[in-house]
Design a protein around this ligand. Structure first.
Ligand SMILES: Nc1nc(=O)c2c([nH]1)NC[C@@H]1CN(c3ccc(C(=O)N[C@@H](CCC(=O)O)C(=O)O)cc3)C=[N+]21
Length: 280
């Protein structure tokens, strides 16, 4: 039986501290979420942000644009949020509809407001090995879970399955920076089971339910499930076949209640940092 790694246990004490800190500020730190369309995963995250950051004393606002918004209108809406002095952190929900590019937003976002690290300035730093600025919240959440488990990443055989700009790629770079031996896979990797089977740490961020099965893992493995997928019955599930895998491995994060919970807390930390940077 695996240790079930609950996000709540990792963030609970720190959440109290952060809430107390926020209560003492002159003004509520503001997170503004920009969403185009009505994607289920994005709405789920957005609602969680409103509820959880709201309860911690943040001000959370949403700018919701229709799915057929054109590029000029999108850029204009982005400018408005980026230039608004009342906004401290910006979360642009991904993915955007395929007819829209985030090039303009990524090139112009004020680095201090870039709490999910999609802007070019912050992204380049990560590529250069400078992790002093923001890391995307979900990638940071995985590192926080690794730290809570006190895993020694030096030389650790690690698979990152999934290579998105918001999770897989920055996470792989951060793990390499900490000395891990990182193998990057994706859902189309030939024989993914074979690539995962002898790994000490398996992180799945592919966004496909039931991808990681019991024969992908060994008894010593730690499994971090980043996936957020909607099952046929409307429930949210991860990338890992949880019941089968948890009976075999050393430790595993559940969905919901695992990485997502920590992601939300990291976002709150980043918005507080944005507030501090902008009020210096
Ligand atoms: N630019 C960008 N960054 C993202 O990080 C991003 C995104 N776009 N688009 C959508 C997906 C989805 N996602 C979630 C993160 C946390 C929860 C979450 O907080 N879940 C909690 C609680 C949910 C609840 O209690 O309702 C949990 O799993 O325990 C959910 C979903 C981030 N995404």
């Amino acid at each position: 039986m695996a240790t079930i790694v609950k996000g709540k246990d990792i963030v609970q004490a720190k959440r109290k501290e952060l809430t107390a800190h926020v209560a003492q500020l002159a003004q509520k730190p503001n997170l503004t979420i920009i969403r185009v369309g009505e994607d289920a995963g994005q709405l789920y995250y957005e609602q969680a942000c409103h509820r959880i950051l709201g309860n911690m004393g943040f001000e959370v606002a949403s700018v919701s644009l229709p799915i057929d918004t054109d590029q000029a209108t999108f850029n204009q809406a982005f400018d408005q949020v980026n230039n608004d002095h009342g906004v401290h952190g910006i979360l642009l929900l991904k993915p955007l509809p395929s007819h829209l590019s985030d090039d303009y937003a990524s090139q112009t976002i004020r680095a201090e407001k870039d709490v999910d690290c999609f802007g070019e300035k912050n992204m380049v730093k990560i590529y250069q090995g400078d992790f002093s600025s923001y890391l995307p919240c979900t990638a940071q959440a995985c590192l926080d879970i690794i730290d809570a488990l006190e895993l020694d990443l030096k030389g650790m055989r690690t698979v990152v399955a999934g290579y998105s700009l918001v999770v897989g790629k920055p996470l792989a770079l951060a793990l390499m920076d900490r000395g891990a031996t990182v193998k990057i896979c994706r859902s189309t990797t030939k024989d993914l089971a074979r690539e995962c089977r002898d790994q000490e740490l398996v992180i799945s961020a592919m966004g496909q339910a039931q991808m990681i099965q019991a024969d992908f893992v060994n008894e010593q493995a730690v499994v971090i499930d980043v996936g957020i997928n909607e099952a046929a019955d409307g429930k949210i599930v991860g990338d890992v076949a949880f019941d089968a895998v948890q009976s075999k491995v050393k430790a595993i994060t559940p969905v919901p209640g695992g990485v997502g919970t920590v992601t939300n807390f990291v976002l709150a930390q980043h918005v507080l940092r944005a507030y501090q940077l902008l009020n210096k």
